[in-house]
Design a protein around this ligand. Structure first.
Ligand SMILES: Cc1ncc(COP(=O)(O)O)c(C=O)c1O
Length: 378
């Protein structure tokens, strides 16, 4: 029999110190300080909304979506089957999550713990630090190279304690992207017992020929997990559906610790229908590419005012401000004109504003407001 633990002098439950050290995730806002509803360009959602087929399925038209008294399919069979068919993956190598967020946390929890290190680039997705701390591991930030990941720098930060490496590709909030050859080099140089998690939340915004090769790595390597989401190009952020693929032993571990009914009835039905409307996905990608290019061109014209759009492969642009107009003033000025964007001092980026690509009219207006603010700043 184990010894009873010593009586505690605490007068209330004591959180684990690694949990108490977590700074809560800050979601993109949709209202101003006065509660006024603003045009939301702060959370990288789809400005085209959701596929009409997915909306119809969500409202009860889809298979199995009609009876909220029943638990959802715990294995998301139909959805995993459709994902497998679309991407050429054995459905047994796919696990669904309550958004890809859940899967990122599960990956850290399954493979790292107290005394271990979880590595990612500076200005990586902010959930990685929370995921590391949540399981008691140490979050380690590798320095960036002009806001982007650098393979050699990342590899230089790998130690015998490194258990998990997170890489968002494209990355949020920077929009930067690591090409296929670099990702292959990173993977090849990592020890076999380090899990590489490639977070492809924005992968569908890339052109097919820009594939970073992560799905192929997940299909062949023992230590690569790829996560994807329905929250971005599929326009289903509110339904919370994500998925991961990798070697069977990785999927097995995530299945052991995920919530048994972690994808709701409506989430499964709407995601399945969304996969059947690839025209909507194509239209979203085309819209994003065109509007991002127009917006970047408008920002580049403000280069003499110190605005620099960083190269983005995602559905947002990170702008660095180094002139008289600060990122904070631009954030407030855009809010005065009805737009909520993402100013990121909490992520070590007080000099930057991240703006989601919205409709053509919204991007015209945002560019015009930034121009006026830059010209007025002294
Ligand atoms: C890089 C990255 N990964 C993962 C997520 C989480 O997405 P979700 O939990 O909605 O699938 C996001 C959301 O913004 C993201 O930017």
């Amino acid at each position: 029999m184990s010894e009873p633990s010593a009586p505690s002098a605490a007068t209330r439950p004591v959180p684990k110190p690694w949990i108490a050290a977590i700074h809560p995730y800050v979601p993109g806002k949709s209202t101003g300080a006065d509660g006024k509803v603003l045009i939301k360009l702060s959370a990288n959602e789809n400005p085209l909304g959701t596929s009409p087929l997915a909306c119809a399925a969500r409202l009860g038209g889809g298979e199995g979506a009609g009876d909220p008294a029943r638990y959802p399919d715990p294995e998301s069979h139909a959805l995993r089957g459709a994902l497998g068919a679309l991407h050429g993956i054995d459905p047994a190598r796919i696990v669904m999550g309550t958004g890809s967020d859940e899967l990122l946390h599960l990956a850290a929890q399954a493979f790292a713990g107290p005394g271990d290190e979880v590595l990612y680039q500076r200005y990586g997705f902010s959930v990685y630090e929370i995921a590391a701390r949540r399981c008691g591991a140490a979050p380690i930030e590798a320095p960036d190279r002009d806001y982007a990941a650098d393979v050699d720098v990342l590899l230089g930060c790998v130690t015998p304690r490194t258990r998990v490496v997170f890489l968002a590709n494209p990355n949020n909030p920077t929009g930067s992207y690591l090409p296929r050859a670099d990702l292959a080099r990173l993977h090849a140089a990592l020890p076999a017992d380090v899990l590489l998690v490639v977070d492809q939340a924005y992968a569908e915004y890339l052109e097919a020929e820009a594939d970073d090769g992560a799905l192929a790595l997940a299909a062949s390597a023992e230590n690569v997990l790829v996560t994807r989401t329905f929250s971005k190009i599929y326009g289903l952020a509110g339904e919370r559906v994500g998925w991961a693929t990798g070697a069977p032993h990785l999927i097995d571990m995530l299945n052991r610790i995920r919530g048994p009914f972690n994808v709701t009835v409506t989430a499964q039905a709407s995601a399945l229908a969304a996969l059947g409307d690839l025209a909507f996905v194509d239209a979203s990608r085309t819209h994003n590419r065109a509007e991002r290019a127009r917006f970047v061109a408008a920002l580049e014209a403000l280069g003499n005012h110190g605005l620099r759009p960083l190269p983005s492969e995602a559905n947002f642009v990170l702008i660095e401000f180094s002139g008289a107009l600060t990122a904070e003033a631009a954030y407030k000025g855009l809010m005065d004109e009805g737009f909520i964007t993402r100013w990121l001092p909490g992520q070590g980026l007080p000099q930057c504003l991240r703006i989601t690509i919205g409709s053509a009219a919204e991007m015209d207006r945002v560019a015009a407001v930034l121009r006026a603010l830059a010209q007025a700043a002294r």
